[in-house]
Design a protein around this ligand. Structure first.
Ligand SMILES: NC(=O)N[C@@H](CC(=O)O)C(=O)O
Ligand SMILES: [Zn+2]
Ligand SMILES: [Zn+2]
Length: 345
């Protein structure tokens, strides 16, 4: 049995750092493990311009632990009003690495999101294609008629297929994929289409939402799916295909906002991200595939250099704290009070 695992330093290609006091603490967990992260722009108000992204980046850099070399990669929040000129500005900034599509109403802080992507954003998408700036996609339809568990699969037919046909050169990351349909779509697509995978969707199926009662800390969007989907996602992640890469979607919400009559969507996993992926990969005897997934594929997709330093994980059981204090909020992490069998040194 492998006792120790040394990997090229990984990156997190989908992360929520939030802002303010909590961000300073949340950042420690990520900066310890990852060299870079794609920082999601769904703040209140959202990060809709290069100017706002620049200011957010400065706040992140100022909150980093002394001596940290962690690099935040910034993302603009696409709205119906985003202009092609902002795309050019984003590319020229050097620090904005992508633009994010939140279908209006699809997830946390998506109220200002896009109402009709191909209708309202065609000129922006054309400019992104030209500039080589990736579109990151929360891939769920918001139509109330569509079953919550089918929203990602329906999104492929209604948006992904027309989008990738109309803009064949556009780089697209299908974020936090949760279904076998999405895994198949990405696998069959050309090289400019990639996907991120979260630890929770590789480790849990939808039963985890209801074990012994309703489990708000397992609720995220897109929601966990059936076991056959989890298996398909883990197969994709461990396939060796360069199209799939690590994106935790670590998304802290204060405990009282999740343990509530209408609880928020989002799972905090940054405290043990690489360890959780190691568990998932080991469960199918694919630890040898972890490094490319965590440390190479995303960097290659974004055309950024791979890191030259490493991190080391040891086989060492530890109990995850019941909660963390982040600024003035209490956050319940994934696996709270439970054991994880790998630990970063
Ligand atoms: N994944 C989630 O359930 N929540 C994310 C938003 C998102 O990535 O959709 C959040 O910001 O809390
Ligand atoms: Zn999302
Ligand atoms: Zn997210």
């Amino acid at each position: 049995m492998t006792q120790q695992l040394t990997l090229t330093r990984p990156d997190d290609w989908h992360l929520h750092l939030r802002d303010g006091l909590a961000m300073r603490d949340v950042l420690q967990d990520t900066a310890r493990q990852f060299g870079r992260a794609i920082v999601m722009p769904n703040l209140k108000p959202p990060v809709t311009s290069v100017e706002l992204a620049g200011a957010y980046r400065e706040r992140i850099l100022a909150a980093l632990p002394a001596g940290s070399r962690f690099e935040p990669l910034m993302v603009l929040y696409l709205t119906d009003l985003t202009s092609p000129a902002e795309v050019v500005k984003a590319k020229q900034s050097g620090f904005v690495k992508a633009i994010k599509l939140y279908p209006a109403g699809a997830t946390t802080n998506s109220d200002s999101g896009v109402t009709d992507l191909l209708g309202k954003c065609a000129t922006v998408l054309a400019e992104m294609e030209k500039q080589g700036l990736p579109l990151l996609v929360h891939g769920e339809v918001t139509d109330g008629e569509v079953d919550v568990f089918d929203r990602e699969a329906v999104f492929i037919d209604r948006v992904m297929i027309p989008l990738t046909r109309q803009f064949p050169g556009l780089k697209v990351v299908f974020e936090h994929i949760t279904t076998k349909q999405a895994a198949q779509f990405v696998m069959a697509a050309p090289d400019n289409i990639g996907a991120t995978l979260t630890p929770q969707h590789l480790l849990m199926n939808r039963n985890a939402l209801f074990i012994g009662g309703v489990r708000p800390h397992h609720y995220c969007l897109p929601v966990l799916k059936r076991e056959e989907h989890r298996v398909a996602l883990l197969t994709a992640a461990t396939s060796g295909s360069p199209k799939f890469f690590l994106g935790t979607d670590s998304a802290p919400h204060a405990k009282h906002t999740k343990e509530a009559a209408c609880g928020c969507a989002g799972i905090y996993s940054a405290h043990a991200a690489i360890e959780l992926y190691a568990e998932a990969f080991e469960s199918v005897d694919a630890l040898d595939k972890l490094e490319a997934f965590a440390s190479f594929n995303g960097a290659d997709f974004y055309e950024l250099p791979r890191h030259t330093d490493t991190i080391t994980l040891a086989r060492e059981s530890w109990t995850v704290p019941a909660e963390y204090q982040f600024g003035d909020s209490t956050v319940v992490p994934l696996r709270a009070g439970e054991i994880i069998s790998w630990k970063m040194r």
